[in-house]
Design a protein around this ligand. Structure first.
Ligand SMILES: Cc1ncc(COP(=O)(O)O)c(C=O)c1O
Length: 427
């Protein structure tokens, strides 16, 4: 029996509104989006009624290897023959193996790992480690950045999500992303950590100046602050290298990874940290507890994700596909110059900067009509985020570019015929 479509679409939406989130149900109804996640396979997802979309959202990288990747499924099935969650207090073979593999994939002496379940938890732990090591309070992050909705990660993020819950942890300061002078103005002897996403997706796939992270590294070294890179979206091959920060030639003190490490099947996150940070955790080995963090079955799934990532040719494939997109999107920019202002890209981390903040939501809506799942950037709605699965093939990339062409034409027409005031904009 199939697990999908047991009920009618209306019934599913009604039950969801009644018991999961009345607010989300209302939001999507108002936006004219009635998509209910059904079948999923490879680069595609289907509505329960059978409408097919190509997934260029990928939950921010969860589906880097596509939906239900056969190798990841096989790894989970194998793990379930012998393993379960394990006991988080005890020494564990799968956790030791996965940590060793992550360390081997990382630059410098990023040799040590703490496991978690989700990205926010791993960011929290990274900030705890920075404060525990330095015994300093201040944490500097980017305005418009996103690190998750848990405690310290939330404090490092946007006001709209944290203000209802204040007072949160004190000591958090935000600066414009990519602005070294602004960072220099606030960093000091009281700074525990500087945390940035390598490319903040939610801020509109904002690309920093090429020398920005080298400058961040220098400032962190000068003031003894811990440099943390949130690679939750940019890591694990997304930018054409194992870590996005590798492409900037900089070694941070902590790398946070999550989403894609799960293979889309088993939640797991991790932070990698450098040797000099270890004395704090060596002295306090039980200071961060996560019952499900680094679950043993999840470790086997993550190991298979790393096997795929390290397969000869995998990153070459990502870079090749990135080249196809560069060409295709460049053509679209010429053709739709009125609405498509800029293509932002590093590997398969891409964003389309549009002429107006109404365009991102309109493009998302157009995507549902023209066969593409893509979401606009919440902190800069003029940008449509574009994160296809890394396993995408040339003909599928062409399909994406074709869908974008139709979507852009639809948005051009919509903008020409409707005067979008702030109130009339879709959410
Ligand atoms: C860059 C970044 N960091 C952290 C997180 C938080 O991850 P999670 O939702 O697994 O807590 C996200 C989630 O979208 C993210 O995009």
């Amino acid at each position: 029996m199939s697990l999908i479509g047991l009920d009618s679409k209306d019934k599913i939406i009604e039950r969801f509104a009644q018991h999961v989130s009345s607010g989300k149900a209302e939001f999507f109804a108002q936006a004219g989006i009635d998509f209910v996640f059904g079948k999923r396979e490879g680069v595609y997802v289907w509505d329960v009624t059978g409408r097919r979309l190509i997934d260029c959202h990928c939950n921010g990288g969860v589906f880097n290897l596509g939906h239900r990747n056969p190798r990841v499924i096989a790894a989970l099935q194998k793990a379930l023959e012998e393993l379960d969650i394990g006991n988080h207090h005890l020494i564990s073979e799968p956790r030791a193996r996965l940590a060793e593999r992550l360390a081997a994939l990382s630059p410098g002496d990023l040799n040590r790992v703490v496991f978690g379940v989700g990205g926010g938890e791993a960011v929290d732990m990274a900030l705890k480690l920075a404060r525990g090591h330095t015994r300093r309070p201040k944490v500097i992050s980017a305005q418009g950045g996103y690190h998750g909705h848990t405690g310290l990660a939330l404090a490092a993020g946007e006001a709209q999500y944290r203000e209802p819950f204040e007072p949160l942890s004190p000591g958090f300061v935000q600066v414009p992303f990519g602005d070294l002078d602004a960072l220099r103005a606030v960093i000091g002897a009281d700074t525990a950590a500087v945390i940035f996403e390598t490319i903040p997706a939610t801020l509109g796939v904002a690309l920093p100046p090429e020398d920005f992270f080298a400058g961040v590294r220098r400032l962190c070294d000068e003031f003894g602050a811990v440099m943390i890179m949130d690679e939750v979206q940019t890591g694990l091959g997304r930018c054409g290298a194992v870590w996005g920060i590798n492409t900037y030639g900089v070694v941070p003190d902590i790398i946070v990874t999550a989403k894609g490490l799960s293979g889309g099947l088993y939640p797991i996150s991790a932070l990698l940290y450098r040797e000099f940070l270890n004395p704090f955790l060596h002295a306090n080995p039980f200071i961060h507890i996560s019952t499900f963090g680094g679950s043993e079955a999840g470790c086997w799934v993550a190991l298979e994700v790393l096997n795929v990532l390290e397969e000869p040719g995998f990153l070459d494939h990502v870079r090749r596909m990135a080249g196809s997109f560069r060409e295709g999107l460049g053509g679209l920019q010429k053709k739709h110059a009125g609405v498509l202002r800029e293509v932002r890209q590093r590997g398969l981390m891409m964003g389309l900067k549009m002429a107006d903040p109404a365009c991102g939501p309109l493009m998302t809506l157009a995507g549902f009509r023209h066969g593409l799942l893509a979401i606009y950037a919440n902190h800069d709605p003029s940008v449509l985020q574009l994160l296809p699965p890394l396993i995408i093939q040339a003909h599928e990339a062409e399909e994406v570019v074709g869908a974008l062409d139709r979507m852009l034409a639809w948005v051009e027409e919509a903008l020409a015929t409707v005067n979008f005031s702030q109130e009339q904009r879709p959410p």
